[in-house]
Design a protein around this ligand. Structure first.
Ligand SMILES: NC(=O)c1ccc[n+]([C@@H]2O[C@H](COP(=O)([O-])OP(=O)(O)OC[C@H]3O[C@@H](n4cnc5c(N)ncnc54)[C@H](O)[C@@H]3O)[C@@H](O)[C@H]2O)c1
Length: 436
């Protein structure tokens, strides 16, 4: 038997970019426990600080409680923990763990399976496990449910139930926050689907869309990101073509954009945890059922080539200006995967860096948003994120890779001694040598 909506006790498994904002939203209405296996993350959240900057510290502190006893008193609030005991009294488990790919671009389901295993150990009759992580269609029912059944000894859709409700947040976007984005919901039976839908409706002010089944909801999310990847790949390809033709891509897009149904995509690097990764999930599933995806993988290849393209174009411009390449100093502005956000996961700025380094250039990266220790740990390179602003005159090339708001007021300008490549087209065309 499903619990009444009012008696829902929620456990969020994985408190990252997706899990924490969701936990904070649920905590306004329900008893919520946020669980994460990373003790460092748990410690900072317990102290009321979110380093991803997705939840403001004041908001986090307003919903935080110190112990399960406080939760019982208030009937709502957020307890953060890395212990299993406090989540064992929940009846709704929401899984928001990472779904990365390996170095061969194959989906890595380990966090999903480990989270399912942990839940399986404490699963009770009537509980509902809702997955939110981005996956290919089938992961919930074909990969995770068998783990839940095996570990718990309970039977799916008799003893416990499942749902899938993909997350659509956009890191760094302060307008489209979790409660303001319409949410797709689904459940393992019509009754569960309605329950899951009502649960989200209680906190998502933008409303919900109840999909017909879990696989439809899984597929909907993965195609949202794949569609975006493919559309960007198309304009990236145009950028390469127009570069060879000596035409400014931005001006072409501006002109074409005057037609009512021309889609306003812009060229650029496609990194991050979602758009550059999720299409590989869909491709993997397609291949598993005997279909070789043409467009999806072509889009991925094209977008993954852009960092190298930016670096080689910069070098061409340096040679045209008769500037020395080997040992020359190059400044990359921005390292995070997108502007005004500290997220460096799967940033493709690293491709620009690596290509420049392969020409033995002396590359300096400046990013006021990136955490240097995290960059060092993940990529093995040094990033400067504070202190004196770099003196642009010290460099033979400046690549504006990420459009952080700080850079917009910097006096970046090409000269006979310095090439400027504007990846995001934020500077005036006359001030730069090249842009995508
Ligand atoms: N970041 C985004 O913008 C975004 C948007 C929509 C969907 N998604 C999807 O949501 C999912 C989560 O992404 P994210 O950006 O929040 O990831 P994240 O890396 O920021 O956070 C995941 C958290 O889960 C924790 N974790 C890992 N394994 C765990 C386990 N077994 N048990 C408990 N905690 C565990 C990690 O310590 C981490 O804190 C992914 O599938 C992603 O594709 C992300």
């Amino acid at each position: 038997m499903l619990t009444n909506l009012e008696n829902s006790k929620i456990a969020i498994i994985g408190l990252g970019y997706v899990g924490l904002p969701l936990a904070a939203a649920f905590a306004e209405k329900f008893r919520t426990v946020g669980y994460d296996i990373d003790p460092k993350r748990v410690d900072e959240l317990q102290k009321g600080h979110d380093r991803t900057l997705e939840v403001e510290d004041a908001h986090l502190q307003s919903v935080l409680v110190k112990s399960s006893l406080d939760l019982d008193d208030k009937g709502k609030g957020l307890l953060i923990t890395d212990a299993v005991l406090p989540i064992s009294s929940a009846n709704i488990y929401v899984v928001t763990v990472p779904t990365p790919t390996d170095k061969h671009n194959r989906p890595v389901l380990t966090p999903m399976l480990k989270a399912s295993e942990a839940i399986g150990k404490i699963l009770k009759k009537g509980d509902v496990v809702i997955y939110e992580s981005t996956v290919y269609p089938g992961v919930t029912e074909e990969e995770c449910i068998p783990v839940l059944e095996k570990v718990s000894g309970l039977k799916y859709n008799e003893d416990f139930f499942a749902g899938y409700s993909p997350e659509r947040i956009n890191p760094g976007d302060k307008e489209h926050t979790v409660t303001k984005i319409l949410k797709v919901t689904s459940g393992s039976t019509p009754e569960v689907a309605e329950y899951v839908d009502q649960l989200y409706k209680a906190v998502i002010t933008a409303g919900t869309h109840k999909a017909s089944c879990i696989k439809v909801a899984e597929a909907a999310k993965v195609i949202e990101n794949s569609q975006r990847d493919i559309n960007i790949a198309f304009v990236n390809e145009l950028s390469k073509i127009f570069n060879l033709l000596g035409i400014d891509t931005q001006e072409v897009l501006e002109a074409a954009g005057t037609k009512w149904n021309f889609l306003p995509f812009r060229p650029g690097l496609v990194g991050g945890h979602c758009i550059g990764v999720d299409p590989f999930y869909l491709a993997q599933k397609a291949q598993e059922v005997g279909y070789h995806p043409e467009i999806i993988l072509a889009g991925r290849r094209l977008n993954d080539s852009m960092g190298k393209h930016v670096a080689t174009e910069t070098i061409k411009h340096m040679m045209r200006k008769d500037l020395k390449v080997i040992d020359s100093k190059v400044l990359i502005l921005g390292f995070t995967f997108k502007e005004d956000c500290p997220d460096v996961r799967n940033t493709r700025v690293i491709d620009i860096y690596n290509e420049l380094k392969s020409f033995d250039m002396d590359v300096c990266v400046y990013d006021p948003w990136a955490n240097p220790a995290e960059v060092k740990h993940e990529y093995g390179i040094d990033v400067i994120n504070g202190g004196e602003k770099p003196d642009l005159e010290d460099y033979s090339a400046v690549i504006l890779a990420v459009a952080h708001k700080e850079f917009k007021s910097w006096p970046i300008q090409a000269s006979s001694n310095c090439v400027v490549f504007d990846v995001k087209s934020v500077l005036k065309k006359e001030l730069v040598d090249s842009r995508l």
